[in-house]
Ligand binder design. Structure first.
Ligand SMILES: [Zn+2]
Length: 282
């Protein structure tokens, strides 16, 4: 009897499809507000899909047996535990489901107090109409990202210098305003600003708050913003290479001195540019 059972069990095991070996490489079990980090899925797979906190993640195949996506949290995402769900699908088989819990940690952003000319803080009706027009234009343009990444293995800084003020909770002339969603890098007016990665120029213009501005689509939902320029050296629709000069540092828009404001959005999430520079993809 035991012999027969062993044989039957052996046959059943042999008939069951072999479970594909899938390796999940995570940046860790936690991530800080405003950070971005890669998630790799390795195995002989046809497709990989996934979600983080219920939101779809785009996966890119980087080798025959390797995919990655970018895990990112908005600077204002509520700290706590969120589910990362990965569905690797082997060739000719059903997708598996791997679930991990990721802890979003509070970044402890500082409070910054600023005093500005009242006209820059409380625009008149013409200023308000202009801001609304510019916001609508920007919102329409930056949804039009390319579905393939233009970047390579890493991003480089647009300018050498100290990155300041990402995430600052701003109190302007005594009233709380929206937090500072980019990094400010001080430099003398006229200092060249280079493209941190390849991309397509989505939008350029002179805007109320951000002055002479450039928006670059780096692909797959990664948008780079370069504000307060004295000069814009690229045109809308143009493709730029990593390291190409795109403009010059200035003090245009709502500023207190010459600097570059570099902002990064990853699929509408406001990301710390320093975190993007730490990203090494291989
Ligand atoms: Zn800024």
């Amino acid at each position: 009897m035991r012999v027969i059972l062993t044989i039957v069990l052996g046959l059943l095991l042999a008939a069951a499809p072999a479970r594909a070996a899938v390796e999940l490489v995570l940046p860790g079990s936690s991530i800080v507000q405003g950070e971005i980090a890669p998630v790799y899925v390795i195995g002989a797979l046809d497709t990989v899909t996934g979600r983080f906190g219920g939101e779809e993640l785009p996966f890119v195949r980087i080798a025959p047996d390797s995919f990655y996506t970018l895990l990112a949290v908005d600077m204002d995402k509520k700290p706590g535990r969120y589910e990362l769900v990965i569905n690797p699908r082997p060739f000719g088989a059903q997708a598996e489901e791997l679930v991990r819990s990721i802890n979003v940690r509070d970044a402890g952003f500082p409070v910054q107090k600023l005093t500005l000319p009242p006209a820059k803080v409380f625009p008149d009706s013409a200023g308000t109409a202009r801001i609304e027009r510019e916001t609508a234009l920007r919102n329409r343009k930056w949804k039009a990202w390319s579905e393939r990444p233009f970047w390579g293995k890493e991003f480089i800084a647009p300018l050498q210098g100290e990155f300041r003020r990402f995430g600052s909770r701003r109190i302007i002339n005594g009233a709380p305003r929206s937090p500072h969603s980019g990094a400010d890098i001080s430099a003398p007016e006229g200092t060249p600003v280079i493209a941190p990665a390849a991309g397509k120029v989505l939008l350029t213009g002179d805007f109320f708050f951000t002055g002479n501005s450039i928006y670059i689509d780096h692909g797959l939902g990664m948008i780079g913003m370069f504000f307060h320029l004295v000069e814009i050296d690229v045109a809308e629709g143009e493709m730029v290479e990593q390291g190409q000069v795109i403009g010059k540092v200035g003090a245009t828009g709502r500023v207190t001195g010459a600097h570059l404001h570099w902002g990064i959005r990853w699929r509408d999430k406001r990301i710390n540019p320093s975190s993007l520079l730490r990203l090494k993809l291989d």
